[in-house]
Design a protein around this ligand. Structure first.
Ligand code: ATP
Ligand code: MG
Length: 431
């Protein structure tokens, strides 16, 4: 009887060991960076009440209209798998009093869920690293957040391959005045709007600017620009930001059509984009959302943040071959008892080396077998070095070090000298 094998859900990927090595390289780089800038990690549940996202992201955004994984809990509550991290972060910070007359610099990472058409760089379960800074109003924090991302690209070797795009969405008042102006313009060019845009005309006209439809591009290029109709405070804020970026030597381009797909943004919005990934070119996106905390029932609290798509960044690192070899090797040393009589001693030697060289990646041969098959396993382990322990070695408290990937004579070493000999031979210190 044949049984159909159960497979993973479309758009939700398994990450196998050769991939997780790349992820760990990226994640450890990010973690270290967040610490260096004084950001603390926050972890929230992946499921929230549906209302949280509807109220924060906006009822007429793509995410809320058609991308959320929403279901009824057994007791009838409407729950949603989080499609992004900001709403949860704001909810948690409010719920635990983190926003009471204080600033917070927080970051998070984890899976997000959106029911989109899966394609390269676009999945239904994907992962983001995000950051949120609360309680700071001036452009200095916007600049800091951007500098942090720029340093990340620098460290990953990506800085030459990404572009910073900036825009300002102004205050709510300026935006709503602009919205009327924009709707009037679109009404005049109604015949050039596609179906999606016609639908957005009444609900979310700013999003039309974000359309990828090439037929509409000339008309959109001539549309009135929010940048030309900013309120004075927002204009000053934006000028403050660009001045700080210039002082720090960060290149940017102003993209007046940059609006972002979530409703809560105001003033600064930015994206880091790349041309190396086809149409899924945004690797990091963020901006200011001064009104969101209040909208969710808290006190008015200025805030700025971003989220980056880890899958897209890993794809980019892979495409450009930027993951260091050392991050991909799995093992330094394979410790091999030559027969079953040497198992106990080999285990002791392995444990001792793990104590003496805490970053050494050491695998102990388990599972017995003939000498020939043991050697084969050592070879297949991917380790650069093998340490052999047999009857002769045990009698003299020695071990034999074999070089598996280079033409080099094996060494007979006293067990006491192993750590000192191995330390310079392996990538000790790499995590
Ligand atoms: P896009 O315009 O590409 O759909 P978005 O505006 O919906 O992006 P955000 O909500 O701002 O994206 O999310 C921030 C980042 O998360 C994106 O820039 C992207 O790198 C990543 N991201 C968003 N949706 C997906 C997805 N379905 N699969 C993989 N990564 C994604
Ligand atoms: Mg999207």
């Amino acid at each position: 009887m044949s049984k159909k094998k159960i497979q993973a859900i479309r758009g939700m990927n398994d990450l196998l060991p050769d991939q997780t090595a790349r992820w760990q390289y990226f994640e450890s780089t990010v973690q270290a960076l967040m610490r260096r800038y004084g950001y603390a990690e926050i972890r929230t549940p992946i499921v929230e009440q549906t209302a949280l996202f509807a109220r924060s992201i906006g009822e007429v955004t793509d995410i809320v209209e058609k991308e959320m994984y929403t279901f009824d809990d057994r007791n009838g509550d409407s729950l949603t798998l989080r499609p992004e991290g900001t709403a949860s972060c704001v909810r948690a910070a409010m719920e635990h009093g983190l926003l009471h007359n204080q600033t917070q610099r927080l970051w998070y990472q984890g899976p997000m869920f959106r029911h989109e058409r899966p394609q390269k760089g676009r999945y239904r379960q994907f992962h983001q690293v995000g950051l949120e800074a609360f309680g700071l109003e001036g452009p200095d924090i916007d600049a800091e957040v951007i500098l942090l991302t720029a340093r990340l690209w620098e460290e990953l070797g990506l800085i030459e391959h990404v572009t910073l795009e900036l825009n300002s969405l102004g205050s709510n008042e300026a935006r709503s005045a602009y919205r009327d102006r924009l709707v009037a313009y679109f009404e005049q060019h109604r015949d050039q709007l596609d179906e999606d845009s016609l639908r957005r005309l009444s609900s979310n006209p700013l999003r039309i600017l974000d359309s990828k439809n090439p037929d509409m591009a000339p008309m959109l290029n001539d549309a009135p620009r929010l940048m030309d109709h900013l309120d004075d405070d927002s204009r000053e804020h934006f000028q403050g930001l660009t001045a700080l970026l210039e002082a720090a030597g960060i290149d940017y381009v102003i993209n007046p059509r940059l609006v972002r797909g979530l409703d809560y943004y105001c003033r600064t919005v930015f994206e880091w984009t790349t041309s190396a990934l086809g149409s899924q070119g945004t690797v990091c996106a963020g901006g200011r959302y001064d009104g969101l905390v209040e909208q969710l029932g808290g006190k008015p609290t200025p805030a700025v943040g971003f989220a980056m798509g880890i899958e897209r960044l890993i794809l980019l690192l892979e495409t450009l071959e930027l993951v260091p070899e050392a991050a991909l090797d799995e093992l330094d040393l394979y410790v091999l008892p030559m027969d079953d009589g040497a198992t106990a001693e080999a285990m002791l030697v392995a444990e001792r080396l793990r104590s003496e060289l805490p970053t050494l990646r050491l695998q102990l041969h388990c599972g017995g077998g003939s000498f020939k098959s043991r050697i084969k396993k050592a070879d297949r382990s991917g380790a650069r070095l093998a340490l052999l322990l047999g009857e002769d070695e045990l009698r003299q408290s020695r071990a034999t070090l074999k070089f598996l990937r280079e033409e080099r004579d094996q060494l007979s070493l006293s067990q006491d000298a192993l750590a000192a000999t191995l330390a310079p031979l392996v990538a000790v210190g790499h995590t």
